[in-house]
Ligand binder design. Structure first.
Ligand SMILES: [Zn+2]
Length: 372
């Protein structure tokens, strides 16, 4: 039997520990302590130095006596997007939420809870299972910093489950786009707007022309773009000479992304020639998209196990990124599973206890064990 009370206890202990991105030390210490009680060793990699955080990724290995099966990697991230130290958890009608003053932190302490509970369950019930490799990653919320800095020499698994999608159990991410950030600096020439506006080059007009040419929003069925930050100007009586805009583009089609970059560059040239100003563009790849296939063994196993729990497998096309993007780009087939978190990153964040229980059943099946 899955012990619902124990899951809730672990979850509440985990969410009341503060651990925002780059400051996961106390959460990691808690996890290491729980693992010690189970006589499981963990190893912290050197990511802390690389990303300037106070904690690295925790890597755990647990043999399960099923050496004929390939190892499976499980991951969840330790960090939360906002503090949870003052969290007052409320349980009502089978739902755990905060009192509205903080986030709940179910993203992703629910994933951490599920992995800790799984390990405890396997040990207490002496169950055989697929050999497991586990990564509790750091600073996922900043853009998967932890898994990008992960010590991959420690990982042999070629299949992974990421416990971090804010959808109900049964949902999983099948396809995500590639994302590229861009920053564009429009450099004009300052001039007194009252005395000699004609001697200035207006960087805002340059940026305005650029924006009018650039397709914004959902530009086709597989591509979205945004300009989210606009900065610049010095004084009301000075022709603005510096405007910076920052944005992103996400697409399932690599050709579209190439074309958009080409368009940005050629539009910039045209505006430079016309205005006499200068435009400096920087593109930064954020994460690579991936597309899993129906015939992948892990996908097939997942669908079978979701069905056996009486749920319907719901493959998702998802425009966000997660540790699954980084793992897939590293050649590890990674599926991000819905764990049931609702309204993540908000004061209304919540999770159903039933979803945590369902996910525990699903994970036991995925590692080749059954509830005792
Ligand atoms: Zn998350």
């Amino acid at each position: 039997m899955i012990d619902e009370k124990r899951i809730v206890e672990l979850f509440l202990e985990l969410v009341t520990i503060d651990g925002i991105s780059l400051h996961e030390r106390n959460v990691a210490d808690y996890v290491v302590n729980q693992l010690k009680k189970l006589k499981i060793n963990s190893h912290e990699d050197a990511a802390a130095q690389k990303i300037q955080g106070n904690c690295g990724n925790l890597i755990v290995k647990k043999d399960g006596g099923m050496d004929s099966l390939p190892a499976l990697l499980l991951t969840a991230h330790l960090d939360t997007v906002l503090p949870t130290a003052t969290l007052v958890p409320i349980i009502e009608g089978g739902i755990i939420k905060s009192n509205g003053k903080t986030i709940l932190g179910a993203d992703d302490r629910s994933g951490v809870t599920l992995i800790l509970y799984l390990l405890e369950y396997l040990i207490v019930h002496h169950l055989k299972h697929r050999n497991l490799e586990i990564v509790f990653s750091v600073s996922e919320e900043l853009g998967m910093f932890g898994t990008m800095a992960l010590d991959y020499s420690q990982i042999t698994a070629k299949e992974a489950l990421v416990l971090d999608s804010s959808r109900p159990p049964g949902f999983y991410v099948m396809k995500t786009p590639t994302t590229i950030d861009f920053e564009i600096n429009f450099i004009g020439r300052p001039a007194h707007s009252g005395l000699s506006p004609q001697s200035g080059i207006n960087a805002l007009s340059m940026a305005n022309e650029f924006i009018n040419r650039f397709p914004l929003g959902k530009i086709d069925n597989e591509t979205v773009t945004n300009v989210g930050v606009i900065q610049g100007g010095n004084a009301v009586n000075v022709v603005p000479s510096n405007i910076k805009i920052s944005g992103e583009m996400r697409s399932f089609n690599a050709e579209t992304l190439k074309f958009l970059q080409f368009q940005i560059t050629s539009d910039a040239q045209l505006i430079e020639n016309k205005s006499g100003g200068k435009i400096v563009i920087q593109f930064t790849p954020v994460f690579d998209g991936f597309s899993l296939r129906e015939d992948m063994p892990l996908v097939q196993q997942l669908e079978k196990n979701i069905n056996s729990l009486g749920l319907t497998p719901e493959p998702l096309i998802y425009f966000g990124g997660s540790d699954a993007n980084v793992l897939n780009s590293r050649g590890i087939e990674a599926i991000n599973l819905g764990v049931g978190v609702q309204n993540p990153h908000s004061m209304n964040e919540q999770i159903k206890i039933d979803d945590l229980v369902t996910m525990s059943h699903l994970l036991l099946k995925m590692v080749g064990a059954e509830a005792a």
